[in-house]
Design a protein around this ligand. Sequence first.
Ligand SMILES: [Zn+2]
Length: 386
Amino acid sequence: MEKTVKANEPSHASATQRAFFSTRRVTPFFPQTQYWTPAPHSIQRDPEQSGATGNPPAQPAFPAVTAPAQAPTLATPGPSQATAICGAWQTAPDRDIHSQCVFHVQFVEAMQQSRDNIRAVGTPYSTAIADFYNTLLAAVSSTNHPAPGRAVRYSYSNLSITVSSGVTLSVPNFELILEQDLSTTRSHGAILGHTLTLNEMPPLSTRSQAEIERTLYHEMIHFISGEIDQLNRTRRQAAAAGGPPAQIVHPEFDSATYAAFQPILETALEPVFLRALQQYAPTLDSQRMQPLATAYAGLQWVTWLTEAIARIEEAVYLARRAGRGFTQTDLTALPQAWLSTAPYWRNVHVTGTDLQTHITSEQPYITQNILPIVRQIQTEYLRHRP
Ligand SMILES: [Zn+2]
């Protein structure tokens, strides 16, 4: 999660700023079901009721992701090295240092276990993700722990990620930031451009290794999908400039695959922003509200497309990890609490508790009008997923 990012965003973002914001991907921590109300049934959009932007494209069901022949064998960790590494700080006045050290060692051990599990689960992306974390972990020190207000940074250069046969991404620079942020409003993880920030808080004593593993997989899907999208964009531009026809790879991560959904989702989002401005920004010139709502809906698209993809891929990952497949029924049943969580909404005029209060009040509208479109985007992803 980007913490205070909303307050810093200009209300009229330039194209450059939009591109910059589009790289901000958030995974805030929140109770799993706090804001989510299950949809009573799957809602189909009626062609008669569609707006000027039209209907989603006719959409065949996605082929069910099959269950593995047997549940993957997950890593069984050896005894923690925390006591051996951190023992020197066990007595006063070093107890805080001792705790920070223990939290860090346990987190790194959970990362190592996650790397091995991700490899074992065997999705189309798991080898690439496990290899990438293996590279990152090789530089991570067990003894140099972060502390509140003091993050530890690791810089990498000239990395490459082989996503699939013939598709290798070059990553000239990458940074891993490990932090211990005690605020519960801070995220578990976030990827911003080529920087991955992981919060070692809360400690392993109050959350599971599986939660960290889920976050690591999710953030790396954000990263890979963004890189693939950029690669395809570059190839299209080269083709348009007279080069050979663009060879598009991994259409499931290509934003062009989802172009038809953009105006539909933006149209559905606009009223939420408009009502927020009317209620919580009454001093705004009322003439500005509709254009602002339109602009916010446009900014929302880039955030939500990548989030919809990362969420559904993560859900498939968790199903395979548990030895299950993933079907249309699973998609319909998937809680998508992020849709009702303020950090995923971009609105510089309405922020903080006002924004969350508004989003919560919009829950029925979101369930009826927005969730079905997000599910269609996710269906499209699963149709293209290798
Ligand atoms: Zn995310």
